[in-house]
Structure formats: C-alpha cells, structure tokens
Design a protein around this ligand. Structure first.
Ligand SMILES: Nc1ncnc2c1ncn2[C@@H]1O[C@H](COP(=O)(O)OP(=O)(O)OP(=O)(O)O)[C@@H](O)[C@H]1O
Length: 418
C-alpha cells in the first residue's frame, strides 16, 4: 500500500467526524486512497459505546472477555484498555483514533501515548483530536476537518499558528432564579469516614469531605479512583451511601429522604446525558426543562419562564437560535445550553461531570469561562469533575482522590488565587 505518513487531523465543532470515519472504514475515502481496501479499526468513545450496547443487548462478552465485570461498570481507563486490547488482537492495517485521551487521567494518558507511539512504528495511525496538546509527536501531515472538507497545512508551524487557543469571555450577568431554593445550614454535603467497595474490590477509603454553600470545587482523580461513585452517592443514584456517615442538605443519607427531593436541589450535567437525546425540542425548551428536572420540556412554559430562558440564551449569545432544534447545535453549544438548563433554577449544588471531554480549544475556553462566571456570580456550590487540570478554571478548592490498595483516599487543596 502507499505508505501514509500518519495524518494528524484537528477536529472542531464543525467537523463531520462520524461521516469522515465511516468513509475511511468503508474504504471509500477520496483523500486517503492508499487506505482503501485495507482493514481499519476505530479507537474512540463512540466505539466503546457501540460495544457496550452490543454486549448488553445480546448478553455477550466481547471487550470484557476474561472478566466478570460489565463494560458499563468499568472506569473510562479500563474501558479504553479493553478496546485497545481487542483492536491489537485483530491486527488491523490502520487505526483511527478519535480523541483517544478523553476522560483519561494524566498517568493513564501517558501509558496510552507510549502504546500508541509504539504502534505508530508499524501501522498508520490517523489521529483525529480536538486539542492540539493531544497530538502524538510523530512525523505527520497536518489537516483540519471543517465540515466534510479537509484542509491541508504546508507545515507544522503554519498549522499551529492558525489553530492556537483564544481566550473567551462572556458579557452580561448570570440571570437570577424565579424562586430561591432554601437549604438549612452552611454545610451542603458531608462525608465522614465513608468507605465503599464492590464485591470485595475497595474503591473509596475513609473519605472525609465537607462541601459548603457557595464553594467552587474541582474533583480530581485518576481513572477508576471513584469520582463517579462519590458523586452518585450525592445525587442518590447509588445506594452505597446508606449505612454510612453521609449527610446531604442537612439530612442523613438513608433517613427517608426522597431521591426526587434530592434531585430538585441539584443541577447536574454530564455529556452522556445528551449523547442519546433524540427529542425535537428547541433551545428555549431545553433551558426551561431544567425547572422541571427533565431533559426536554413536556409542560407548557409560562411567559416568565420563557423570558428567563431568553436571558440565559442572550448571555450565551444563542438567543437568535432559540427556536432552533437543540440537536442542530454544535457539541460546544449543546454543552453551554445544558449548563444553562442545569443552572436555571440556581440549585444549591451544581455538578458538572467531565463537561469538557471532547471539546475543542475554543469551546473549552468558552465553557470554562461560563463555569467561572456561575461560581462567581451565584450562591450555587459548583463541583467540576475532571481528570485534566483545566487551564483557566478557578476553583477555590480541589478534592483530590489518590488510589490505594484499600481504596482511594481524599485530600483537600485550597487555591491561593481566591
Ligand atoms: N457497579 C459496579 N460493579 C463493580 N465495580 C464497579 C461498579 N461501579 C464502579 N465499579 C468500579 O469502581 C471503581 C471506581 O469507578 P468510578 O467510575 O467511580 O471511577 P472514576 O474515578 O469515576 O473513573 P473515570 O474517571 O474513569 O470515570 C472502578 O474500578 C470501577 O470498575
């Protein structure tokens, strides 16, 4: 085959990545003709999702062969390891990597980068990433995918120069809520000596964590350290909190609180919430639906609610699109709208779980600016979960999980810039 210098392709909100990948895998690429007729495999989050659905629907083990765990219950790092193992077993001619390091902590990223670098010596790697820092340092030809069009750069320098990150800001202020949600006491959430495990596998060890009103936290920890487990105890999505010394909004966990009541006080967003969303709701409805704790609006909105949604969309500079379908937005725009949806009621607690995964530089900058603004201008406590230290994010505290044999331990770090 015509040997391809592993192409490096920057993708952004406009890129039709799925269509591009499908063409490559189907052997019908107009651009990389040398690959047509060769076998390619895809390493991406969507591919993990596809296997997850397949394993669940047909009750089979494909990526999880040899383990008793389901793919769904594995941490992101474990899932990616399973996919890479499967791909290597099948020895393809080329590999397409779409944002391979998303949702991975620094150490796991470093291990994966080493593995991919080694693979790049014998196979063509097609890297498709949203962040410049995610390109592997290999001899490459650089491109940008704009819609379906691939723009080729003459040099690495010209590529970097054209695609540097630009800092973004919002003008205007966070719209106030229609009604305030009262919570008694200063402490919203308190974990005291909380330990959690799954079937003999210890995940969290003696967690002590107090989260007060109005604070801004970043929850950081390697893959599998228990971030999601910790959050699901707060949101009521896991029963692991019962029988432990865990107090949420002044009420001891397991003392008869309803999950519904909990959800009313929490704004939550994680990208997988809308990955499968197929509704025909417009932007205005999506923002208003946060008042009803639904994703998409199933009630008639009042004029007051509509006007509040409009204020949010103005802040996001998306008001001219308010009657457009949510699904027609770019990934970055969708995340801004979903954050406005989670925040519209000014919940006492806003949880954003890996909200920047897969976003390009510009959209990440905009998203971070919005979160900083929410934390600064409202009384809402923000927990931003990420394995990546987001540059520009200004949390007051980090809660850092560190993995150990007996489960992860937690440590608080306060930032000096506040
Ligand atoms: N239902 C379950 N059954 C068995 N093991 C589980 C279950 N849920 C989570 N685990 C395990 O608990 C550990 C912590 O998982 P968790 O998803 O909380 O980590 P995380 O820090 O959120 O990881 P990531 O950053 O990769 O999403 C992992 O080893 C995971 O495999």
């Amino acid at each position: 085959m015509t040997h391809l210098k592993s192409p490096s392709i920057l993708i952004d909100n406009t890129s039709r990545t799925d269509a591009f990948v499908s063409n490559l895998l189907a052997g019908s690429s107009e651009i990389f003709r040398g690959l047509n007729g060769k076998t390619g495999l895809l390493f991406s989050k969507s591919e993990i999702k596809r296997f997850m659905d397949k394993e669940e629907r047909h009750d089979v083990k494909i990526l999880t062969k040899g383990t008793s765990q389901t793919l769904k219950s594995m941490s992101s790092g474990e899932q990616k390891k399973a996919l890479l193992g499967y791909i290597l077993q099948h020895d393809p001619d080329f590999l397409i990597l779409v944002n391979p390091y998303d949702n991975l902590d620094v150490d796991t990223q470093a291990v994966l980068k080493e593995q991919l670098l080694a693979i790049s010596k014998t196979k063509t790697l097609i890297q498709m990433v949203s962040r410049l820092e995610d390109f592997l340092p290999i001899q490459s030809v650089y491109y940008k995918l704009m819609g379906d069009t691939l723009k080729k750069y003459t040099s690495h320098d010209s590529f970097l120069k054209a695609n540097q990150y630009i800092e973004s800001q919002f003008t205007g202020t966070i719209p106030p809520p229609l009604h305030s949600i009262e919570v008694a006491g200063e402490v919203l959430v308190r974990f005291k000596n909380v330990s959690v495990g799954f079937e003999g596998h210890k995940v969290l060890d003696s967690i002590d964590w107090s989260i007060k009103k109005g604070e801004f936290w970043q929850l950081i920890g390697p893959n599998g350290s228990g971030k999601t487990t910790l959050l699901s105890m707060i949101t009521g999505d896991s029963h692991k909190g019962y029988g432990q010394d865990l107090t949420i909004f002044g009420q001891k966990k397991g003392s008869g609180e309803s999950v519904w009541d909990l959800k009313k006080k929490i704004g939550y967003y994680t990208p997988s919430m809308t990955d499968k969303f197929k509704g025909h709701h417009n932007l205005e409805d999506m923002v208003i639906s946060g008042l009803y704790d639904s994703v998409g609006l199933y009630n008639y909105a009042t004029d007051q609610e509509k006007s509040l949604a409009l204020s949010w969309l103005k802040l996001l500079q998306l008001d001219d699109k308010r009657n457009m379908k949510f699904l027609s937005l770019t990934t970055g725009e969708k995340r801004l709208v979903m954050t406005a949806r989670a925040m519209i009621k000014h919940p006492p607690l806003l949880i954003l779980d890996e909200p920047t995964a897969g976003l390009d530089e510009k959209s990440t900058g905009l998203f971070i600016a919005l979160v900083n603004k929410i934390a600064k201008e409202s009384d809402t406590t923000v927990i931003f979960v990420s394995h990546r230290k987001e540059s520009g994010l200004l949390p007051k505290f980090d809660y850092i999980l560190k993995t150990n044999l007996n489960g992860s331990t937690g440590k608080v770090k306060q930032h000096a810039y506040n």
